[in-house]
Design a protein around this ligand. Structure first.
Ligand code: C2E
Ligand code: MG
Ligand code: MG
Length: 580
């Protein structure tokens, strides 16, 4: 029978006659699983490696159709495989065999037909390659690749999309809008006071707040929307497939409410969270996804500037404001030598006697081309750009020198007040700067007053407390500015050694409009006097306010009723006149 067969396609070294080899033993002990099937596909021969691989006794396999050992799902494919083999082709197939108890075994079946002289298939021989290890390795590789891919596109702390994935998704969203004319929105979210929490309660609390924020944002939007951690405490939300701005309003309202629920279980108290939201819309005409991020960021920044915990939309006006800020930022660096700065002085008057009891120094920036710039505009920029310490240093030195000259001229004033900002309070240099300015001018420490606002104390409460103690120890006076406008003015007053409070202009303005307003001022005065703290009223503009303040027990006043801030010479003239 063998003589009728064509030579199998296995070549042998010519020098070794095939008959010399123990062919049966070779087959049986080959390190590869080898099978021989008859034409219908029943097992004729299976070597030991097959028995080992399949966990079957050789007797079990004998005369059994191979197909019965193939997993149900692969049987059709094996039938086709055998049919192709019958046409004389070498074929290869990946299938799953079934071991005892149905255990699957993935194998590659390499098959070669043995065709007789008439061209019919007589037998076929097969090698079974165990693929289970390779599959395992492939699966592990796939999982690792997927994990790496996830890490590259997601934030490790919150699990949200990171900025790279977000930029990709945003570009896709913009492209979809262009195609189908939908509306989309990008929302920039920044947690209010995050730095304060992080610094006060530690990084673990900071992390917990970020995770909580991520969860709240994700739960508040639809599944198709993307929430991403952009950086630090900044998140971005992409809203797609919306019909009008009203939809965005609804989502923003929801997000804001979500944020305002107190956070429990971090730090040792319930934390009051809030966030500032800036949104920008995109439609079929939008091209530049990167521009959208800038616009949403600007809108958010505007919300922060106006007191945070609110939502706002981008508009071209915001853009103009940002452009001006950017230009001022660049020009401020040139002004730092003080040549463009001026201090003006606003006397604080004892309204009963008309005498000057002190002067507040107020900074002005004479910009070479833009004219006078208000401190409320450039101080935040200076803080943001890290220039504030230099500016405060200049103001302290200049104010102390002015006071020195007034003293030399025999003018009667008790002290000069200088404003410092949040950054100054968190800086270890402030106390040194104060001491140097005093020493340079030869001014007694108790003639200098440092004005701080409650908000700036609350920015970095622990460091601020240290700075205030150090300042008090040098003998300078401390005033709590804009009193009543913060969240916990009374607590701030109790916690620190202030000599004065300055009742904010808004309370003075409200006097006489409603009986309740007068009562608030009276309550502030009695509270201050119980703590042994002096009171100054700011922004007094009308004679009626002066009368009401005197009635409420506030003799010290500052405001346009007496004089607006004056230049150096003007302040001297005012003090001379007041002393007469
Ligand atoms: P502030 O310390 O509360 O200063 C009082 C503000 O009220 C001043 O505004 C003053 O010009 C204004 N004012 C005075 N009298 C009246 C009045 O009768 N009616 C009204 N409506 N306003 C009056 P200014 O000079 O624009 O300063 C604004 C804020 O800028 C200051 O508020 C202070 O927080 C900050 N600032 C001023 N100079 C400096 C400085 O040298 N360093 C720092 N860090 N901040 C400064
Ligand atoms: Mg002030
Ligand atoms: Mg004030």
């Amino acid at each position: 029978m063998a003589g009728e067969m064509m030579q199998p396609r296995v070549s042998m070294p010519a020098a070794t006659p095939a008959s010399a080899l123990p062919q049966g033993a070779l087959f049986d002990t080959a390190p590869v699983a080898l099978l021989c099937l008859d034409e219908p596909g029943n097992v004729l021969l299976a070597n030991r490696a097959v028995a080992r691989l399949l966990g079957r006794a050789p007797a079990y396999m004998q005369h059994r159709p191979l197909i019965t050992m193939v997993h149900q799902a692969d049987r059709r494919r094996v039938v086709s495989h055998l049919m192709r083999l019958a046409q004389g082709d070498d074929v290869e197939i990946d299938i799953v065999l079934e071991m005892p108890h149905g255990t699957p075994l993935p194998v590659t079946l390499l098959s070669t037909p043995i065709i007789d002289a008439s061209g019919s298939l007589r037998f076929s021989q097969h090698a079974l390659l165990d693929m289970s290890r390779r599959r395992e390795v492939e699966r592990t590789l796939q999982q690792t690749a997927a994990r790496l891919d996830h890490l590259a596109h997601h934030d490790a702390l919150t699990g949200l999309a990171n900025r790279y994935l977000m930029e990709d998704r945003l570009a896709q969203a913009v492209a979809r809008c262009r195609r189908n004319g939908w509306l989309g929105a990008l929302v920039f979210v920044d947690i209010d006071r995050f730095k304060l929490y992080n610094d006060t309660y530690g990084h673990a609390t900071g992390d917990a707040i970020l995770v909580e924020a991520a969860t709240r944002l994700s739960l508040a939007v639809r599944e198709q929307d993307t929430v991403c951690r952009y950086s630090g405490d900044e998140f971005l939300v992409i809203l797609e497939n919306i019909t009008s701005q009203a939809d965005v309003d609804t989502v923003l309202g929801k997000l804001r409410e979500e944020f305002r629920r107190p956070v429990y279980g971090v730090a040792d108290r319930a934390l009051e969270l809030s966030a500032s939201f800036g949104a920008t819309l995109f439609d079929r005409n939008t091209r530049d996804a990167g521009l959208l991020i800038k616009q949403a960021d600007l809108a958010m920044y505007e919300v922060k500037q106006n007191g945070q915990d609110a939502v706002g939309y981008y508009s071209p006006q915001i853009n103009a404001g940002a452009e001006r800020r950017r230009l001022l930022e660049a020009d401020l660096a040139q002004a730092l030598d003080g040549s463009q700065f001026e201090l003006q002085f606003q006397p604080q008057v004892d309204a009963a006697s008309g005498r000057v009891k002190g002067c507040e120094a107020l900074l002005r920036w004479h910009h070479p081309s833009r004219g006078l710039i208000e401190p409320s505009e450039f101080i935040p920029i200076a803080e943001h750009r890290g220039h504030i310490a230099q500016i405060t240093g200049w103001a302290l030195v200049t104010a102390c020198q002015a006071a020195r000259r007034w003293l030399e001229q025999g003018l009667a004033f008790e002290r000069i007040a200088v404003n410092v900002s949040a950054r100054d309070l968190s800086s270890p240099y402030l106390t040194t700067q104060v001491a140097q300015a005093l020493q340079h001018a030869g001014l007694p420490a108790d003639m200098l007053e440092i004005e701080v606002t409650e908000t700036s104390v609350m920015h970095y409460p622990e460091v601020a407390a240290r700075t205030l103690r150090a300042l008090a120890a040098t003998g300078v006076k401390l005033a709590l500015d804009d009193f009543g406008t913060g969240y916990s003015s009374l607590k701030c007053l109790k916690d620190h050694a202030f000599d004065r409070i300055k009742i904010d202009r808004s309370f003075v303005d409200a006097l006489g409009r409603h009986a309740g307003n007068d009562a608030i001022v009276t309550a502030m005065v009695s509270m201050a006097s119980s703590l042994g703290v002096e009171v100054v009223a700011e922004g007094v503009e009308h004679p009626g306010q002066r009368v009401r303040l005197l009635d409420a027990g506030v003799p010290l006043m500052q405001g346009k009723l007496f004089t607006p801030p004056l230049d150096f010479a003007g302040a001297i003239r005012f003090m001379v006149a007041a002393a007469r």
